[in-house]
Write a protein that binds this ligand. Structure first.
Ligand SMILES: Nc1nc2c(ncn2[C@@H]2O[C@H](COP(=O)(O)OP(=O)(O)OP(=O)(O)O)[C@@H](O)[C@H]2O)c(=O)[nH]1
Length: 563
């Protein structure tokens, strides 16, 4: 597997940063907490400790790295933290704002025509592109599954595999050897958990799939939300081991929470890998039991049964991922004749892409390219973008020019809605590029909001919601403090019609129209507007989640932006 340019450059930059930091400060790896990571939105030194000699791509880490970003003021944690990464430009090395800017190659109409043609061609000789977030309770085997799948598909070479085996065994963590392909940072490897979103791509016979491996640990739900908001479909991994499935599925487990979150963020197709069947003697009865539990929950959470599918696997042994030919697979073969995991992935249907609307590209990560200036990653939520285009960065007054675009490890001249891209930008000072900012055309700006009306569905929360409640609002990879400033009406869940005006409280399960007002950080902090659009205008730009005290209390859609 080859390093994509962006990953390669980021890795070099991070290595340099790590060396610099190591020489300046005592190492904190192994002790760093989620909040410590929050201070370095781009590649904290520990994020990129890939081994010398590994020639596998490793995963692009995407999304926010920040479980709880307290500080959204001024030089907030969402800003590109050049100093923390050791990438602060020297005084004589100010950003290259005067370098020649590339030119736009095509008129918008011509670009749209090409994008439409490509979308229609999908399914014949062109593979359809889908993005897939891998979700599930902590330790269900998500990273192991992805590592092994990449290997089975020839995307991890033997050298890298042996290096992972050797190093994980040396660290006394040999059972995590497959997961190390995805969990590339020192801290992730030491703790044996995924903390950030790792991005990989793989291709099946008819699909080009962008994989976002999400953390299962509840402390990293914000990162999981960032990953889910960049995905079309989900792969849920559950641990079939007796007691383990139940622990993940119960209240407080992440299986249910992740499913509810992805559904709220617009994901409707889910493939469930019932994993670790080797741990339960490949029992069909256990597989069926797990499947039945989940089917009931899918029904209750608004998933259509035609859009959910199940597959029994052992990630560790590589059984039923791509084939069932190994000796271990013979046990499963006695009762299972259905599709493999890859067969199911190959049938995922990409949702309708909104290429005609103006460009909306929420930034999920910012990092410095070694030779190509500054890079941002994110998923295009509407419209198209091409090399040479000048874009506005919102919030703020700045613009940037697209120098080049990477899509699925290829350099492309344009990309359209639904693609997870890396843009190399020029003609901008990196300080103006923040996680959560949105890139859009100069003449079609995304609205900025401090106050907006929304429709929400209240989750299974212990404390009812009252007017004045403080919450954290999650929109793409950004989270900001907010207040539920008004409870406008209770709504009928099915029809949306008003059932009661000005309710005093919102209890679990209710649907309501509310007013949300953003707050500044801390007492006296000034609220900063965020780019958000009514759901009716752009679905992806109009969805959000509300959390309080580490619990997701509601999902919502923006109805009307108050200017
Ligand atoms: N026996 C067995 N063990 C497995 C299998 N898949 C994963 N494991 C083990 O389960 C443990 C957790 O695996 P990970 O892949 O790190 O789990 P994860 O879901 O990615 O964990 P987080 O990302 O931290 O939530 C490791 O010790 C794996 O070796 C399997 O199919 N069979």
């Amino acid at each position: 597997m080859f390093l994509i340019p962006a990953a390669k450059e980021r890795e070099k930059a991070q290595k340099a940063a790590a060396q610099k930091k190591a020489s300046q400060t005592p190492s904190t790896s192994g002790h760093s907490t989620p909040t410590a990571r929050a201070m370095s939105p781009i590649g904290t030194p520990t994020k990129s400790s890939k081994k010398a000699g590994s020639n596998s791509q490793g995963a692009r880490k995407s999304g926010t790295t920040i479980p709880s970003r307290k500080n959204s003021e001024g030089l907030s944690s969402m800003l590109l933290d050049l100093s923390a990464a050791g990438l602060q430009p020297r005084e004589d090395e100010s950003p290259r704002v005067d370098e020649p800017t590339p030119r736009v190659a095509m008129e918008r109409e011509k670009l749209l025509e090409e994008a439409r043609r490509e979308l229609q061609a999908s399914g014949q000789d062109v593979k359809k592109g889908v993005s897939l977030v891998v979700i599930g309770h902590v330790d269900a085997g998500k990273s192991t599954l992805m590592g092994r799948l990449l290997y089975e598909l020839g995307r991890v070479n033997e050298k890298s595999r042996h290096a992972n085996e050797r190093e994980s065994s040396r660290a006394g963590k040999s059972s995590f050897s497959w997961a190390w392909e995805l969990d590339g940072t020192k801290e992730e490897r030491e703790r044996g958990i995924t903390m950030d979103i790792a991005m990989q791509s793989l291709s099946t016979a008819h699909r080009q799939i962008t994989i976002l491996d999400a953390p299962g640990h509840k402390d990293f739900i914000p990162n999981m939300i960032s990953g889910a908001s960049q995905a079309d479909c989900a792969l849920l991994v559950v641990d079939a081991t007796t007691g383990e499935f139940e622990a993940g599925f119960e209240r407080g487990g992440q299986t249910r929470e992740h499913l509810v979150l992805v559904r709220s963020l617009g994901v409707s197709q889910v493939v469930v890998a019932v994993n670790k069947l080797d741990q339960v003697n490949w029992e069909q009865a256990r597989y069926e039991e797990v499947r039945e539990h989940l089917k009931i929950f899918f029904g209750q959470s608004g998933f259509q049964s035609s859009k959910t599918s199940f597959v029994p696997v052992s990630a560790m042994l590589g059984v039923n991922l791509v084939e069932r030919k190994s000796p271990e697979a013979s046990f499963l073969d006695q009762w299972y004749r259905g599709p493999t995991l890859v067969d199911l992935l190959d049938k995922l249907e990409p949702p309708v892409r909104d290429i005609e609307s103006p460009l909306r590209l929420p930034i999920s990560n910012v990092f410095k390219g070694q030779s190509s200036g500054i890079c941002v990653t994110g998923r295009i939520c509407g419209g198209t973008v091409q090399v040479g285009e000048r874009l506005r960065v919102l919030p703020g007054d700045e613009t940037a020019v697209v120098k080049s675009i990477d899509l699925d490890e290829r350099s492309v001249s344009w990309a359209a809605a639904g693609s997870n891209v890396t843009l190399y930008l020029t003609a901008i000072d990196p300080i103006h590029l923040n996680i959560g900012s949105v890139l859009c055309p100069l003449n079609d700006l995304v609205p900025l909001a401090i106050c907006f009306n929304a429709r929400i569905i209240v989750f299974d929360t212990q404390l009812p919601i009252i007017s004045g409640a403080s919450v954290e609002l999650f929109h793409h990879s950004r989270d900001v403090p907010a207040t539920i400033s008004k409870l406008i009406a209770n709504l009928d869940r099915a029809t949306g019609s008003v059932t009661k005006k000005n309710p005093r409280v919102l209890t679990k399960g209710t649907s309501a129209e509310i007013e949300i007002t953003l707050r500044g950080d801390g007492p006296g902090g000034v609220a900063k507007p965020i780019p958000i659009e009514p759901f009716a205008v752009n679905k992806d730009m109009g969805r959000f989640l509300l959390r309080r005290g580490g619990e997701t209390i509601a999902a919502g859609i923006a109805l009307e932006i108050r200017h």
